[in-house]
Design a protein around this ligand. Structure first.
Ligand code: SAM
Ligand code: SF4
Length: 335
């Protein structure tokens, strides 16, 4: 007999219900975005990362505990071999309302259609500039034309929603925001601007120096667009505005200027199988250890996850003037 009530829920000490899991399925990537990775990266050996079967098993446990939304991310999730099969199997978990994906779009031209067929409803695509040279500078190895082809293929595949995510850095791409919003309007898709978070040590820039706040971005955009505040019911960290006379919403994710922790509904599974309770803290539980020590034991795994809710921190503390206290990069985290 199961130890769990009929509709189990993951609730933390602060009364927040966790119903959203983000899973990093690889720490590898074909790009080296300057805010996310160093130029030279050492990636994890295979034995240290979860197998696709292990990821599926953990996802199933979360679904049985009331998680209704899963985001597959990375690193670049589309570079992991077998990702389409994984998406298909996750797409079949009945209680999941939403299976979503974050990608840099470099492989979307060929993969958009099968990803949609697998049951992915919405995708987020990173795009920080429409200037090919700046794109190369920011991603170090990326090719803008390939990404634009990927976005076109995604629009054609007919996802419920496509959203661009742009990390804005002063003097790198802060003058690109109007063009990016116009692009989103032209494509009939959404866009969110993200303040850079101090995750992992990066060599290319001083994070305090390149800080460009959401308020500044919004003021820049209002020189060209009329933005109307909209109530958002997704429970996420974005504050949204509708661009007048368009279908496009512009979101602002502001970890520094507007802390969003009180409504946090999410946890993250790192590529190494650590359940991370907060993006801005190191509190975590090693689920890989639990499933490798107790193969196939779903109840044990679920109890471990329920227990883990007790250490979900109240909020993150990012300080741009200090060396990062969080040494893992976003790519290993499930950003
Ligand atoms: N490779 C995929 C992509 O780029 O969309 C998925 C993984 S990536 C780590 C997920 C998101 O995290 C991207 O939108 C990226 O821009 C964002 N990101 C990476 N490092 C960040 C940082 N230091 N601060 C804020 N956002 C960051
Ligand atoms: Fe790769 Fe995404 Fe990180 Fe860029 S943000 S380096 S695309 S994982």
């Amino acid at each position: 007999m199961s130890n769990f009530p009929e509709t189990p829920q993951l609730v933390d000490r602060f009364g927040r219900t966790v119903d959203y899991l983000r899973i990093s399925i690889t720490d590898r990537c074909d790009f080296r975005c300057m805010y996310c990775m160093s130029e030279e990266m050492t990636f994890l050996p295979r034995a240290q990362i979860l197998t696709l079967e292990e990821i599926e098993f953990i996802a199933q446990a979360f679904a049985e505990l009331g998680v209704i939304k899963i985001r597959i991310t990375g690193g670049e999730p589309l570079v992991r071999r077998g990702v389409l099969g994984l998406l298909e199997r996750l797409g079949q978990i009945e209680s999941l309302n939403e299976l979503v994906l974050s990608t840099n779009a470099s492989k979307l031209e060929d993969m958009a259609e099968p990803i949609k067929q697998a049951g992915v409803k919405r995708i987020n695509i990173s795009l920080d500039t429409l200037d090919a040279d700046k794109f190369k500078q920011i991603t170090r190895t990326g090719d803008l034309s390939q990404v634009l082809k990927g976005i076109k293929a995604a629009t054609k595949a007919g996802f419920e929603k496509i959203k661009i995510n742009a990390v804005i850095l002063k003097n790198r791409n802060h003058l690109e925001t109007i063009d990016l919003v116009q692009f989103a309007v032209d494509q009939g898709i959404d866009i969110s601007f993200i303040e850079e978070m101090p995750l992992g040590v990066v060599s290319s820039h001083d994070r305090a120096e390149v800080y460009y706040s959401s308020d500044l971005i919004k003021a820049d955009l209002e020189e060209k667009f009329e933005l109307h505040a909209v109530a958002d019911n997704t429970g996420g960290p974005s504050v949204y505005f509708k661009v007048a006379e368009s279908n496009t919403r512009v979101g602002f994710i502001s970890p520094h200027s507007a802390n969003f922790c009180s409504t946090c509904n999410r946890v993250r599974l790192t590529v190494e199988g650590r359940l991370l309770l907060c993006l801005g803290n190191e509190h975590s539980v090693d689920l890989k250890k639990v499933i490798r020590a107790n193969p196939g034991d779903m109840e044990k795994l679920k109890l471990t996850i329920i227990e883990a809710m007790k250490i979900k921190p109240e909020k993150h503390e990012f300080d741009l003037t200090e060396q990062p206290i969080i040494l893992r990069h976003m790519s290993a985290t499930g950003g």
